[in-house]
Structure formats: C-alpha cells, structure tokens
Design a protein around this ligand. Structure first.
Ligand code: T4K
Length: 409
C-alpha cells in the first residue's frame, strides 16, 4: 500500500495507486471454513442436496429464533423471496414502494405485472416517507412495500398505522437488515411479512439466498408451497408455483455464516467507528449514523457529500477513490424511477428527497476483508481530496486542457 501525503501523490493526478488490487465495498464474509467443509462433506454423504433438506430446515429454525418469528422460509435468493411474499400477500395492480432502493425491490413487483408506485424518502433516514405513502394511496393500491435501507428500520409504526387504516397488506424488504432492531424488536416480525437476502455480499450469506419471515401461518404455507412449484403433496399441486428452493450447500454456508454473525458485525462496527473518527472533521462530508441503542449489522458505511458545503462533488470523490483502487459505490443512484422500465413509463411524481440523497451518497468498503490500515488510507485520500478540492480541480483541468483554468476564463 502506498501512503498518500500530498495532493500530487493522488493517483488521479498521476501518482501510484494506493492499493495494489481493488478494494471492494462488500467482499463476502467467509466464516469458519472447516465448519463449512464438514457440513459439505455431511451433505454429500447424505446425498441430500436440495428440496427442503435437513440443513435448510435447521437454517430456517435458527433464523426464526434469531429474528423472533414463527416462520422463516428459506429460498434461492432475495429477489425470489420478494416475489413469493408479494404473491402470497395477494398484491396486484399498484403497490407503493420507495424508489431509493436496489432495483430488485421494484422489479419483483413489475415482474408480476404489478405497477410500483414510487414514494419519496425522508432525507435524513433515507427510508420511505409515510406521509407521501398515504398521499399516494388510491383505489387501485393493493399494498405497501417498505425497505429498511442500510438496515436502518423504516418508520414501521407509522406505516403499520396507515396500512391498518386503509386495510392494505404491509411488507418489508429487509434485504439489508438481518440482525437489526427497532425499539428492541428484531427486524423480521414487522408488517405481514419481511424479506431477507443472503447474497454473497450480505452480513450473513448463503452464496445466493433469501428468506420470507412472517408470523402469519397461512402466508408462510403459501410461500412454502409456491417455492416448490405449488406442490401440496406428491401428486398434488394446489397453486401456481416456481422453483425457489434453497440448496443444501447454500444452507450449509448460511449455518456457518450465522455462527460467525456476531464476529462479522463486531468487525463492521469497528470499521464504521474508524471511518467515523477519521472523517469527523472533514468539511462537507458526513458519515451516515446509526442509532447505537439499537441492534445494527453496520453492513453499509455511507458517506454523504453535501454539494452545498463541499468543494468536491460526490462523483469527483468517487473518481479519486477509483483511481486509487477503492471501488466505492453510489448505492442507490439514480433511484429506480430513473431506471427502465420505470423511467419510460413516465408515471413517477418528482421525488425531491430521493434525487437529492441519490446524488450525495457513496458507500465505502467494509466487511471482514477490510483492514484498519485500509480504512486509514481511504480516509487519508478522502481528507486530501476534499481538503485540496480547489487545487485538485485546477490541476485536473490543466491536465485535461493543457492550460491553467484561470487563463481560460
Ligand atoms: N432488495 C434490496 C434492498 C437489495 O439491496 C437487494 C440486493 C435485493 C432486494 C435482492 O436480493 P438478492 O436477490 O440479491 O438476494 C449487490 C448484490 O448483488 C445485491 O444482492 C445487493 N442487494 C446490492 C445492494 O449489491 P451489485 O450488482 O452492486 O453487486 P456486485 O456484483 O457489484 O458486488 C458488490 C461488491 O462485492 C463488489 O464491490 C464486488 C464484491 N464481490 C461480489 C461478489 C458477488 C466480491 O468480492 N465477491 C463476490 O462473490 O449488487
């Protein structure tokens, strides 16, 4: 690793990149490799590789216990989990959802012929704004799908109240929120159902995987049947279904990953605290906070670059970091309503906060693959670039156009 001390050391200005290889935002957490290999040997000996096998059942029990729900139905990924929950809750026509989310949330609706109606977010929490949700409800609305963005729970109480008054099912995309709590209650038990993702990049992973968590027995039974082609018995099919099953090898990874969850979260928390300390006094940038009185998985470290007070834009900082090998990501830019097919449908109302937040967020590398010295260096780069923004801009201009900026004006 090369340490950056002066502005001219920055790779974007021709210096050597700080990192020899890419530093990713979310390298997978691996956990105890030996425990995983023992489980893989077991499942091979058993010759039971899929179809509701013993590891899948064990994982479902462990997850239900962790989250405090009656049912946790494991499936092959978070997107299919969303689709199954949406179908099991009988949603159709129009469903209200935030635009500031990973596109899978909107696609899970659209894929089933349901129109996502995009609600704005609260600029502070980045979560769906209950006031806007209520304003969007009309006689074609069949449900509300909130997203616990960054694992910070939505305003579940206000949304629950709106859903009750309008008699609408309420679902949550909790893809980011395993291990997170709201007023001491673990995410997983809110609304009619919540959906987790166990993608490779999540705190707990099953390579690819997801789950529907619910306290509703009938909804859980529908999800279970639909994930297995709608089978209700050997020769009996009682509903339309899909192949949404989780494999045994995925569940083996999930069980192993869950055993190390506390350790993963402790490392994420350490990383977050390091970033927070080192970026505290950098003008114009702010690290998104977590309520320390609740449980969090600290999976996301999100920097907000305020265009009004920082001389460097979010995209310029991203370019500076990328040149150093730091692959910071603009999750969830530009917002689903600017992506196809939603953009062309032209139905989204202006979403002021979504646009503003999507323009200023930058996710930084964290997880067990990121070392404290990596964070020190990333923060040094950010401090250098933001602190010397004017000079940096002038030098980039000169490098590009061959003359100092002032002489061109
Ligand atoms: N709802 C929400 C709110 C979500 O955020 C997501 C997924 C879903 C629903 C759908 O759940 P799944 O169907 O995925 O279970 C990544 C993840 O693929 C995606 O799961 C996640 N959200 C989203 C926020 O991030 P990409 O396209 O940005 O992933 P990618 O491939 O660029 O990987 C992210 C980083 O991790 C990179 O920096 C590279 C690194 N990486 C990735 C993989 C897969 C590795 O180092 N090793 C790996 O094996 O979406």
């Amino acid at each position: 690793m090369t340490h950056k001390i002066r502005l001219q050391d920055l790779a974007i200005l021709g210096g050597r990149p700080a990192f020899d290889g890419p530093l990713y935002v979310g390298r997978p957490n691996v956990g105890d490799r030996q425990r995983l290999l023992v489980r893989i040997n077991d499942l091979l000996d058993r010759r039971w590789l899929s179809n509701d096998g013993p590891y899948v059942q064990e994982l479902e029990q462990e997850l239900s216990r962790l989250v405090g729900v009656r049912h946790c139905v494991a499936v092959c990924n978070g997107t299919i989990a969303l689709q199954l929950a949406i179908r099991a809750a009988d949603l159709s026509d129009k469903v209200i959802v935030p635009s500031f989310t990973f596109v899978a949330t909107a696609h899970a609706l659209q894929w089933q012929g349901i129109t996502p109606v995009f609600a704005d977010i609260d600029a502070k929490t980045h979560n769906i704004d209950p006031g806007h949700v209520e304003a969007l409800i009309d006689d074609r609305t069949t449900g509300i799908l909130g997203v616990h963005v960054w694992g910070r729970p939505c305003d579940v109480d206000a949304l629950g109240d709106i859903a009750r008054r309008h008699r609408l099912p309420l679902l949550f995309d909790a893809a980011h929120a395993l291990g997170c709590s709201h007023e001491g209650r673990m995410v997983g038990g809110f609304g009619d159902a919540e959906v987790f993702s166990f993608h490779a990049t999540k705190t707990v992973n099953t390579f690819e995987g997801g789950a529907v968590a619910t306290n509703d027995d009938a909804l859980a039974a529908r999800v279970r049947a639909m994930r297995n082609f709608g089978f209700a018995g050997e020769d009996q099919v009682t509903s339309v279904g899909i192949n949404g099953k989780m494999s045994e090898v995925a569940a083996a990874m999930g069980l192993t990953s869950l055993e190390s969850m506390a350790e993963f979260i402790a490392i994420n928390h350490r990383n977050y605290a390091l970033y927070r300390r080192q970026l505290a006094d950098v003008p114009g940038v702010q690290l998104m906070g977590y309520d320390e009185s609740e449980h969090h998985n600290y999976q996301f470290v999100v920097l907000e670059i305020d265009a009004a007070t920082s001389d460097l834009s979010r995209d310029e900082l991203r370019d500076v970091l990328r040149a150093e090998g730091v692959l910071a990501r603009r999750y969830f830019y530009p917002g689903c309503h600017h992506l196809e097919p939603y953009r062309s449908s032209g139905t989204a109302a202006p979403l002021e906060n979504t646009d503003a937040v999507a323009a200023r967020v930058l996710s930084l590398p964290t997880g067990t693959a990121v070392r404290p010295e990596d964070i020190d260096e990333v923060c040094r780069i950010i401090r250098l670039a933001v602190g010397g923004a004017r000079d940096l801009r002038a030098r980039l201009f000169e490098a590009r156009f061959g003359a100092p900026r002032a002489s061109r004006q």
